[in-house]
Write a protein that binds this ligand. Structure first.
Ligand code: SF4
Length: 465
């Protein structure tokens, strides 16, 4: 059975969350009480054994027009210094909330551009982290960083490995110069080749690359060339995102010439080619936009049924408590999601007062926890066993989710899912639409799937295809 069914993709293409959390960030409120965060952090019962640390480094030397990330455009490297000083204070404030004998099995620097920091600044940040938290040796650690090849040399890759990073992800998006110019991200192939080859030499365990389809001037032929080149570079993982053009939300996207964007039909044709080429090259479809070679730990975790999802996307780590550090960073501790101030002034003021910079968040209800588990199973395993939910939550699944099971029926008729009395499975034709399936169990969406199909969902989320 094929993953790619153009008729179904066109029919079900709708705006929807990516479910890096449930409830999603849209449900976070500024009435959230940070005392809930402190209680969750201190509660050994709610805490899983391991910690995960996320650091947000928001600076970018130049801005890519498609970007929807939280970032600060500046060429002034001096901005890094006060930010680094505040991160170091925040590390101490956060560490005071937790039992720091707990190991940090996962650590991630994202951005923005983490390699905007100098080599010395990066070393300083990692040293400050090691002073307050229990970092693990290489074999037990999953420490990753987003690297912009335009901001990294062979020496940078060596420095990152020495600092303890063992997974890298690179932004590429497209190798075609015309596309690169249209999105203000000119990055010659040689630059990407150089840092990828350095990552191999330094022994990084997994190298991941991001591409984007749906950018201006892309066609099936042009993107095929990008894919062919990428396949020769053989990254362990590939994320191929569909560009979400939302200029009313992301002002920088107004720089993109809408008339040069591929039509919906062309986007679908490009996606078809992506799936063809990557599966022919041996990549396994993980879910959402992610592909991995069979040896990669994401593919291994999916086969073992241990794949998870967090704010960075798919993850092999079990349900760690995630501590978010830096402006706009999101943490997940026990039944609490908490996000730092999204603006630098608010973040700086809180840390300067000696307080955590948490500005908004949400505390999960019992219903949220149940639905989070259901949505995680759908997104990561493409299946859901009702008895697992019944045993964990003391419910009768068919009674508690009678409405949702009813709303799955049209998807079942279309061959997206198969529902039996004790489980349901997302079939290959439904896998590219997995978030449409998850949306059925999201009680916060204003409308159900039919509502979305009628275009009733506000433009807070990107489209599913
Ligand atoms: S895509 Fe990355 S490098 Fe480009 S503006 Fe966004 S965060 Fe910065």
């Amino acid at each position: 059975m094929s993953l790619f069914r153009p008729d179904l993709l066109a029919k079900y293409d709708a705006a929807g969350p990516r479910y890096t959390s449930y409830p999603t960030a849209v449900q976070f409120t500024d009435t959230f009480d940070p005392a809930h965060y402190h209680r969750a952090a201190a509660d050994p019962g709610a805490a899983s054994a391991d910690l995960s640390l996320y650091f947000h480094i928001p600076f970018c030397d130049t801005v890519c027009f498609y970007c929807g990330c939280s970032k600060i455009a500046t060429k002034n490297r001096a901005h890094a210094r006060p930010y680094l000083d505040r991160l170091k204070r925040e590390i101490i404030l956060q560490a005071a909330c937790f039992d720091t004998a707990r190991p940090v099995s996962q650590l991630h620097w994202g951005g923005g551009t983490p390699t905007f920091l100098s080599h010395d600044e990066m070393a300083e940040l990692m040293a400050a982290t090691a002073e307050s938290f229990r970092l693990l040796p290489d074999a037990q650690a999953e420490y990753s960083i987003e690297v912009d090849p335009r901001e990294a040399s062979v020496e940078t890759i060596g420095v990152l490995r020495e600092l303890g990073f063992n997974r890298l992800s690179f932004g590429v998006q497209d190798f075609d110069l015309r596309v690169q110019q249209a999105v203000n991200r000119v990055q010659p192939l040689e630059m990407t080749q150089t840092v990828m080859s350095a990552a191999r030499t330094e022994g990084f365990k997994s190298v991941s690359v991001d591409l984007i389809y749906g950018l201006p001037h892309q066609s099936v032929e042009s993107f095929s060339r990008t894919l062919d080149t990428m396949i020769t570079l053989a990254p362990d993982r590939l994320s191929v995102f569909g560009y979400a053009h939302m200029p009313s939300v992301f002002k920088m996207q107004r720089q993109i010439d809408e008339t040069a964007l591929p039509s919906p039909g062309a986007r679908l044709a490009i996606l078809e080619r992506v799936i063809e080429k990557l599966t022919e090259a041996g990549y396994v479809y993980i879910g959402m936009d992610h592909f991995a070679l069979p040896h990669d730990e994401l593919a291994v975790a999916q086969r073992a049924g241990t794949l998870h999802r967090n704010f960075q996307g798919y993850s092999t780590q079990a349900d760690c408590n995630l501590i978010g550090l830096g402006v706009s960073a999101i943490g997940k501790v026990g039944d609490v999601y908490a996000q730092n101030a999204k603006d630098m002034a608010g973040y700086a003021a809180a840390v300067d007062r000696g307080e955590l910079a948490i500005a908004r968040g949400v505390r999960l209800s019992a219903d949220d926890r149940l639905r989070r588990d259901i949505i995680t199973a759908i997104m990561c395993q493409f299946s859901l066993r009702f008895d697992a939910m019944e045993a964990a939550y003391g419910i009768r699944f068919d009674e508690a989710f009678a409405d949702e099971l009813e709303r799955l029926k049209p998807l079942e008729s279309d061959g997206l899912v198969n529902v039996t009395h004790d489980e349901f499975e997302v079939l290959p034709a439904g896998r590219l639409l997995v978030r449409n399936v998850a949306m059925i169990f999201d009680q916060y969406l204003a409308g159900n799937l039919a509502g979305n199909l009628a275009g009733n969902t506000p433009q807070r989320f990107s489209r599913t295809i």
